[in-house]
Design a protein around this ligand. Structure first.
Ligand SMILES: [Zn+2]
Length: 428
């Protein structure tokens, strides 16, 4: 950080907006290529190759930040993971600042997408980027391949105008946002500690200042198999899951009883999702095993360990009331998200600068919002680095026919470009 005044010639908001608009076709092309590349967990690499090309196309030198399982498993902010991260990489590219002023910045987006929910319900294949008027439909279009395209469009415009930053600007395309945030964490551990991070998640006209944390937990319930024809034989693990779910719903209700601000504005800020259930072997065999995979949120300031204890207690209460589970209690496992909620002061310099850029370009005030979703901003803020989200307008995220409003990709890139110019003190 520095108070040094810029000395070169800057570029007006209008010229910058026009330069970003000239990148619209390239942004659309990049967005569509990314959507057409399924980048679910474990399959991120083809997407990272596209981002590597895109960063190189800006005249920057992309560098790999490899995932390191040993380092991650030791780190207190890492999410536990049972899958392999070998050979998995984040792709980053730095535009070095000339020094003598400005503030350093990371522009971050995640390449990974969640698996398509109910593919048969989609109008087209989730992995075809389909233009529908001003919307582009496809899995990950809004969350958040459009955000990655906006980063490339904004930086492309700044470079083509011949601007140079005083402070470093780094672009990041990270893996594993949708399952725990370890890709972003690996980038933090790579050493750059910027003065601010902007993540182009789909928060249109809004800067996030507060977000919940998320815990993933898995409950393994064991029953006793037997032939269903012999009445009274066996213990059905699937049916034993019902009271466990009911007890977890009671915990969810407790967590929503008196939310701290700003979550007292939400009717139901903490949401439990029983996302996956697996169990049983055969229609005529009493189910021997059942596993639940769940997501539960936590407020900023609440500790992950405290929530784990409450989850285990809720499972324990259900087990204690069950004739068989009382003697054979379910096991609670942790795999994936285990991150606290985070907050950034609404008047933090990063928030003020994003708000100012939005207000000048869009002509209306930005909303400073709390969100009941979580993002990689959590990882940066928990590491002591201010981070906010701001990005295009998207609909049906993690749902059917996810889509992004393409004009908002361009307009968010225009705001981003103005913000970058001012934050990193860019002049020609
Ligand atoms: Zn996202």
């Amino acid at each position: 950080m520095s108070g040094t005044e810029q000395t070169g010639v800057s570029v007006s908001d209008l010229d910058l907006a026009a330069a970003v608009a000239a990148e619209a076709d390239a942004m659309e092309d990049l967005l569509c290529r990314l959507v057409e590349t399924p980048t679910t967990l474990g399959n991120e690499e083809p997407g990272q190759q596209i981002m590597e090309e895109a960063f190189a196309g800006l005249g920057l030198e992309p560098v790999d930040v490899m995932m390191d399982a040993d380092i991650l498993r030791e780190h207190p902010l890492a999410a536990p993971f049972s899958w392999s991260v070998d050979w998995k990489r984040n792709v980053v590219a730095t535009w070095p600042g000339a020094g003598g002023g400005g503030r350093s910045l990371v522009l971050n987006g995640h390449i990974d997408v969640v698996p398509a929910a109910a593919e048969s319900l989609w109008t087209q294949s989730p992995y075809s980027a389909v233009r529908d008027g001003d919307w582009i439909v496809g899995l990950g279009s809004g969350d958040m391949k459009a955000g990655l395209a906006a980063i490339v469009g904004a930086v492309g415009a700044l470079r083509r105008l011949g601007l140079e930053p005083l402070a470093d600007l780094q672009l990041q395309s990270v893996v594993e946002e949708e399952c725990g945030g370890n890709g972003a964490l690996q980038c933090v551990l790579a050493g750059l500690r910027p003065d601010g991070v902007v993540i182009t998640e789909p928060f249109p006209g809004a800067v996030t200042v507060s977000q919940v944390g998320v815990l993933w937990f898995h409950v393994d319930i064991a029953g006793i198999p037997g032939h269903v024809g012999e009445s009274g034989v066996g213990v059905n693990a699937i049916e034993a899951a019902f009271p466990v779910i009911a007890s977890l719903r009671e915990l969810e209700a407790e967590l929503n009883e008196s939310p701290p601000p700003p979550y007292d504005d939400f009717p139901h800020p903490i949401n439990l999702n029983v996302g996956v259930i697996e169990g049983g072997d055969w229609p005529s065999t009493v189910a021997a095993e059942c596993s639940l995979s769940c997501r539960l949120a936590l407020y900023p300031g609440q500790q992950v360990d405290e929530l784990k204890a409450r989850v285990e207690a809720a499972v324990g209460r259900a087990a204690a009331a069950h004739p068989y589970l009382a003697r054979h209690p379910p096991r609670v496992r942790y795999d994936g998200f285990a991150g606290q909620g985070v907050e950034v002061p609404p008047d933090a310099p990063l928030v003020e600068a994003m708000a100012a850029a939005h207000e000048r370009v869009a002509g209306e005030p930005v909303a400073r919002i709390a969100t009941t979703a979580t993002t990689d901003a959590r990882v940066f803020v928990a590491s002591g680095i201010p981070a906010v989200c701001y990005g295009p307008l998207a609909e049906h995220i993690h749902g059917i026919d996810e889509r992004v409003f393409f004009p908002s990709v361009v307009s968010s890139a225009q705001v981003l470009a103005v913000f970058i110019r001012d934050w990193c003190k860019m002049t020609a």
